[in-house]
Structure formats: structure tokens, C-alpha cells
Design a protein around this ligand. Structure first.
Ligand code: FAD
Ligand code: UDP
Length: 398
């Protein structure tokens, strides 16, 4: 076995976990692949809660997975992999993360460029009034307008059905069709209903993107929060380390794999489809670009889906502003599992293989092929920890 050296991260300038000759000699209780939310939360719990020796590896040069944020050359805090807004209804998840960060209250607002105007998304009464030059004054009036436009669909299966059933074809085409075709490279009629169902339609004037009880951003950013989470002496971290390069060289009892499940099994049943994005980051020599953090571009002729301006999210004051364009792509890192029946079927085959493979557990958005938000991944990791904890015999007190 090669000596496990503990890398320091060029991006965070930290050395996660000290060297320990005992750990190198005896190996690890757990090898965790992926230092995103799934892997980091589980590592923290196993190390702090059960005193397990954990090695976390990630092929990227940094911790945090897709939630990684960093100060760019201009000194503006940006999210390398697009905007990440924390929202949840689960008090226990907030309590857990609050051990590692303070918070900045932040309610996310999104506008859409539609028919030459910037209108609230999700569609609400203000959106309808702006679009149709109306003065709908109550929820009931807005609900009546939507009911007149809605085209009832008997069997709602797809992302097209769910929207048309609720608001009709015209609004569907203005807000959903183009955006979805760009984002997924598929027509909404080819995607599970759960995708567009993420975005509700409202008859009130609530213009928040999320209505969760808790909506906030880590005060000093996600990366700082991850650093604290992983700063346990039982946790060793190796960055720039793909699983394949390390797995023969370290001794461990159990593997937690938070990368793509099909990759782990060498694509035995074929590739699980993932959607990727190209992030184009820019810094502008002006204080602000847009009135809210995210502006969506549902028009299919515009090649990107949305522009994010980070200072709205982070509250940072700066003379310049940094933004990101998102260009959906078939090639590149796997960011989105693609929710549709045939992919769910293929995933089930991999899941059966996973169930029949002892010593490894799959976790996270890529490991379980689920279009999960951050809080759902944290919940999944905490639930796995609970199962491990319950199955661990309590040491006899001496
Ligand atoms: P990841 O963050 O993807 O981490 C997996 C890690 O595993 C990666 O760092 C990867 O490098 C590593 N890895 C994979 N394979 C290997 C291997 N073979 N060897 C070594 N390392 C490997 N959620 C929200 O709640 N709010 C939002 O606003 C939000 N916005 C998002 C915007 C975008 C553009 C995207 C793509 C996602 C967004 N999400 C959001 C979802 C959020 O990113 C995920 O829920 C969360 O980051 C998933 O954590 P994870 O640990 O499962 O996966
Ligand atoms: N969507 C859309 N128009 C919008 C916003 C969202 O058609 O203006 C659809 C699109 O299919 C998108 C899905 O709703 O992929 C979910 O949107 P969400 O903002 O939750 O996507 P994410 O932030 O996960 O990329």
C-alpha cells in the first residue's frame, strides 16, 4: 500500500486533516468518494459522531462539489458551478449546518425576459398583469384567468402536461417550452412531470422563487462551511484524486460512492444520461447589471438559460459585479440526472447491481441519480448516517 499523503488544496489553501501514522498503517474505516454535500456531511458525521477514520477523495482540486464558491480575480465571491441558493423546510437540516456556518437571510427572486419585458418567475398575478396589461386585483381574478386558459389533461405524465393543464399552451410556450428544450436538450413532452412541476404558478403577488420556511446563504460562503465540516482530525482529504487512482492503494472497510453510479460499474448497462452546462463567468466594470440575482431567458433563440449576478446572493459590496451565463450542453461534467421513465428504468438496473455489491453504498445526486436540491442531499446523508449509527454496536464502557 502506498503511503496516503494528505494533500493541501490549492483552492482553499488548507490541509484538511493532519497526517497520522496509525491511520496510514491501519487503513480507514470509510473511503468516501466525493467532497460535495453528500460526502462531506457523511464524513463529518462518521468522524465526529462515531469516531470513524475517514478518507475523502475528490477528483476536483477543491471541496464542496457543485456548491463550491470562490473569490475571483476581482475579489468577487462567485459560485463556480452556477447559483446555489439554500432553502429548506427542515429545521434539523438548518440546525445541522448551523454548526459550521452563520447565515445571511436571503430570499431568492427571479425575473424572466418575456415579450421584451422583465416579469416575475414563477408566474404570479404581477406577471399576468404585466404580460396582458391587466389590473387583476385578487387571487380569485387571477385564478379565473388561469382557469380560462388551462387545457385540462386527463393523464398528467410529462413536463408539458403538467404546465398546459395548469396554465394553458400560450403561457407554457412563453415560459416553459423554450427554456426546457434548451436546458435539457429535450422537449418537455419527453421529460417527467416532476421537472417543470418544480416551478409553481401563483395567483397572489408573492415573487419569491422559493416558499420554504428557511431561505438563506452561508454568511461566509459554502466553501468556508465545507472547510469547517471537514476540519476533523479523523478526516483525511485527498484532492485531485479520482477514485480509480486510489482504490487499490488504500485499505478501507467500506466505500461510500458519491460519483455517478454508472461510472462505478464501468457503464455495464450503458451510460445513464446526464445534462451538463458550460458556465461563462464575467466581471463587469460597473456596480450592478440586473435588478435581481437571476434573470431567466425562456426564449429558445437565446442560447443561454439564465444569467446570475452573485452580489445579490452574497450581499457583498464591490465596485464591480460578476455574472455567470449558463449554456446547457450534452458534453461535460454530469450536473443533472435527466428525469424520464427510460432513465429511471436504467437506474433501477444499476441500483439492483449496487444492492448486490457488498461493501459499497451510493449516495448523493450522482450516486443515486436523483434531481436533488442541496437540502435533500444533506437529508439523504444524515439518514444514511442514522442507519449506520443504529447498526453500530455501542462500545462497552470500561
Ligand atoms: P456533487 O456536488 O456533484 O459532488 C460530487 C463530487 O464527487 C464532485 O465534487 C465530484 O468531483 C466528485 N466525484 C465524482 N466522481 C468521482 C470519482 N470517480 N472520483 C473522485 N471524485 C469524484 N441545490 C439547491 O438546493 N439550491 C440551488 O440553488 C441549486 N442550484 C444548482 C445549480 C446548478 C447549476 C446545479 C448543477 C445544481 C444546483 N443545485 C442546487 C443542486 C446541488 O448542486 C446538489 O444538490 C448538491 O451539490 C449535490 O451534492 P452531491 O454531493 O450529491 O454532488
Ligand atoms: N423552467 C422553465 N422556465 C423557467 C424556469 C424553469 O421552463 O423560467 C423549467 C425548466 O425545465 C427547468 C425546471 O423548470 O429545468 C426546473 O427549474 P429550476 O429553476 O428548479 O431549475 P434548476 O435551478 O435546478 O436548474
Amino acid at each position: 500500500m502506498r503511503d496516503v499523503k494528505v494533500d493541501s488544496s490549492p483552492d482553499t489553501g488548507r490541509n484538511a486533516g493532519g497526517g497520522s501514522t496509525r491511520k496510514q498503517r491501519d487503513g480507514f474505516d470509510y473511503l468516501i468518494v466525493g467532497a460535495g454535500f453528500a460526502g462531506s456531511v457523511l464524513a463529518e458525521r462518521l468522524a465526529a459522531g462515531l469516531n470513524k477514520r475517514v478518507l475523502v477523495v475528490d477528483r476536483r482540486a477543491h471541496i464542496g462539489g457543485n456548491a463550491y464558491d470562490e473569490y475571483n480575480e476581482a475579489g468577487v465571491l462567485i459560485h463556480r458551478y452556477g447559483p446555489h441558493i439554500f432553502h429548506t423546510n427542515a429545521q434539523r437540516i438548518v440546525d445541522y449546518l448551523s454548526r459550521f456556518t452563520q447565515w445571511r437571510p436571503y430570499e431568492h427572486r427571479v425575473l424572466g425576459q418575456v415579450d421584451g419585458a422583465l416579469v416575475p418567475i414563477p408566474i404570479n398575478r404581477t406577471t399576468l398583469n404585466m404580460l396582458y396589461h391587466l389590473n387583476l386585483a385578487t387571487d380569485d381574478e387571477a385564478a379565473e384567468l388561469l382557469a380560462r386558459r388551462a387545457e385540462p389533461v386527463a393523464d398528467i405524465r410529462t413536463s408539458e402536461d403538467v404546465v398546459i393543464n395548469q396554465i394553458g399552451r400560450e403561457l407554457y410556450e412563453k415560459f416553459f417550452r423554450g427554456y426546457t428544450r434548451k436546458q435539457w436538450g429535450l422537449d418537455p413532452s419527453q421529460l417527467d412531470r416532476s421537472v417543470t412541476a418544480r416551478v409553481p404558478t401563483r395567483t397572489n403577488t408573492d415573487d419569491r422563487y422559493f416558499t420554504d420556511t428557511f431561505q438563506m446563504m452561508p454568511l461566509h460562503g459554502y466553501t468556508r462551511m465545507f472547510e469547517k465540516m471537514l476540519a476533523h482530525p479523523n478526516i483525511h482529504l485527498l484532492l485531485n484524486t479520482p477514485y480509480r487512482e486510489i482504490h487499490d492503494e488504500v485499505r478501507y472497510d467500506h466505500l461510500i460512492f458519491c460519483g455517478p453510479i454508472d461510472e462505478y460499474f464501468d457503464y455495464r448497462y450503458g451510460k445513464l444520461p446526464y445534462r451538463s452546462l458550460k458556465f461563462v463567468h464575467e466581471t463587469l466594470d460597473r456596480e450592478w447589471l440586473q435588478p435581481v440575482a437571476v434573470v431567466n431567458y425562456p426564449d429558445e433563440k437565446v442560447p443561454y438559460t439564465r444569467i446570475t449576478e452573485y452580489k445579490h446572493l452574497t450581499g457583498q459590496q464591490h465596485a464591480k459585479t460578476s455574472i455567470t451565463y449558463e449554456y446547457p450542453s450534452a458534453e461535460g461534467d454530469p450536473y443533472y440526472p435527466i428525469p424520464r421513465a427510460e432513465n429511471a428504468e436504467l437506474y433501477k438496473r444499476y441500483q439492483a447491481l449496487a444492492d448486490a455489491t457488498p461493501g459499497v453504498t451510493f449516495l448523493g445526486r450522482l450516486g443515486t441519480y436523483k434531481y436533488y436540491n442541496m437540502d435533500q442531499v444533506i437529508g439523504q446523508a444524515l439518514a444514511l448516517y442514522k442507519r449506520i449509527e443504529e447498526a453500530t454496536p455501542t462500545p462497552l464502557s470500561t
